[in-house]
Design a protein around this ligand. Structure first.
Ligand code: URA
Length: 434
């Protein structure tokens, strides 16, 4: 078999056979196919697409290109969640303890972030002492004793996806629905959970810019999950504005704790409750209305917050910084951002906001860069709220060079639209369920 012929075939719009897809994934994993040919194939797929069968085969081969996490040492149905990524997304820190508090184990592997802000692992590491690098035995033991554990990706999980994703990232071929679906689902399948809830983000701060594309991505991933025997549900949620008021690592930990305490921003609370309810539903805890009630009660009774503290303690984190979030590391400097005019916040460009936070030090520009955990943005007034010209409506934080404030503030103000008229109605938060 020759890679040249496979690229040629896909370039001309023909479907690839299972053997050809296996050949590509094998050659990608063992390094026998050069990057330029893999990149050319990614571009051909970007334009010609993959049919559902090709997408399922690619997912399966990538999932089996490395280690498979064995969660058989954990009793009961194991639920996982995955977000396609957005700005201010701190849902895992809220959802995992809610689900665990309702008796469903959560054994979760999360990623670090490139660009914008940190990933869940970075956010958790901003809690002093918190360790995300546990051995497989420690990981299983923690899930069995606490009910929830969140670690960084360890071992050699879906190495073919890792290689292809890195190539797609630099060849403008990320935004392909079958490639995104295969990439995400290969890692989820390798991570071993029985049930997967997907949070497919749509809007200015997400990969999927239109509802139609988000629905197609959600349907593709659900089909793949069900085809390999993993119960899968996808929620389509709005990412036209950052999620919640906080963007940046310790700021987001604080907001996650407030949400677990029952006084987080309402849209963040709603999304977390829905995601948790769907995980409980997949685990057989009842119909979705009942599961929603369970999730709500876990917050109201303090059970979810207690579970989060248990998880933090078990992973070496300083629980006193959760009991009193003023003890979390704080930025050495901040700048007040004043509203340029009277009016209402009618739009917040999530992507620009993420870039402004990254500029303050909250994200990495390149793999391995250090993150300033304390850096970020806090909205005192959010989407739909009224602001007074000349008065503070947001704060920027950094512990880095204060010169960063100028550029970050310029970009941040570009991200926010203030209009004389209020929004006709609040934007819908949950746009669909597949
Ligand atoms: N996240 C992934 O893991 N893969 C993609 O292709 C896009 C987002």
């Amino acid at each position: 078999m020759r890679m040249y012929d496979i690229i040629h075939k896909k370039r001309d719009g023909f479907p690839l056979t299972d053997e050809e897809i296996s050949f590509v994934v094998q050659g990608c994993t063992d390094g026998s196919i050069p990057d330029y040919q893999l990149s050319a194939l990614m571009m051909a797929i970007y334009f010609q697409g993959l049919d559902p069968h090709e997408t399922a085969v690619l997912t399966d081969r990538m999932a089996h290109s490395g280690d498979l996490v064995d969660l058989s040492g954990i009793q009961g149905f194991k639920a996982d969640k995955h977000s396609t990524g957005g700005v201010g997304d701190k849902t895992t820190m809220v959802v995992a303890p809610i689900v665990a508090a309702c008796g469903v184990p959560v054994a979760k592997m999360s990623g670090r972030g490139l660009g914008h802000t940190g990933g869940t692992v970075d956010k958790l590491e901003s809690i002093p002492g918190f360790c995300v690098e546990l051995s497989p035995e420690e990981f299983i033991r923690t899930v069995n004793t606490v009910g929830a554990c969140v670690v960084g990706q360890s071992g050699d999980l879906a190495p073919a996806d890792k290689k292809l994703y890195a190539l797609r990232d630099v060849t403008a071929t990320v935004e392909s629905i079958p490639l995104i679906a295969a990439s995400i689902m290969s890692k989820k399948i390798a991570a071993g959970a029985d049930g997967i809830v997907l949070d497919v983000k749509v809007g200015s701060g997400a990969f999927m810019k239109t509802l139609e594309d988000a629905v197609r991505l959600a349907e593709t991933m659900v089909q793949i999950g069900e085809a390999v025997g993993r119960h899968t549900v996808a929620l389509i949620t709005n990412m036209d504005a950052p999620l919640g008021n906080a963007v940046g690592n310790t700021l987001e930990v604080r907001e996650a704790v407030e949400t677990l305490e029952g006084h987080g921003p309402s849209e963040l609370t709603t999304i977390c409750r829905e995601l948790a309810a769907n995980m409980l539903y997949l685990a057989g805890k009842g119909d979705i209305i009942h599961c929603n009630k369970l999730a709500r009660e876990a917050i109201l009774t303090g059970a979810a917050l207690a579970k989060f503290k248990e998880m933090v303690a078990a992973q070496g984190g300083d629980v006193s910084a959760i009991e009193d979030t003023q003890k979390l590391p704080a930025a050495s400097d901040f700048r007040r951002v004043k509203a340029p005019m009277d009016g209402y916040i009618t739009h917040i460009d999530a992507e620009k906001c993420g870039l402004a936070a990254a500029m303050l030090g909250a994200g990495r520009q390149a793999k391995g860069d250090a993150i300033d955990y304390t850096a970020g943005i806090y909205f005192k007034m959010n989407l739909g709220e009224q602001v007074d010209g000349g008065f503070e409506f947001a704060r920027l934080y950094t512990s880095g060079d204060p010169v960063r404030f100028d550029e970050a503030e310029r970009l941040f103000l570009e991200a926010v639209t203030i209009s004389p008229e209020p929004l006709p109605e609040s934007p819908k938060l949950i746009l669909g369920r597949v």
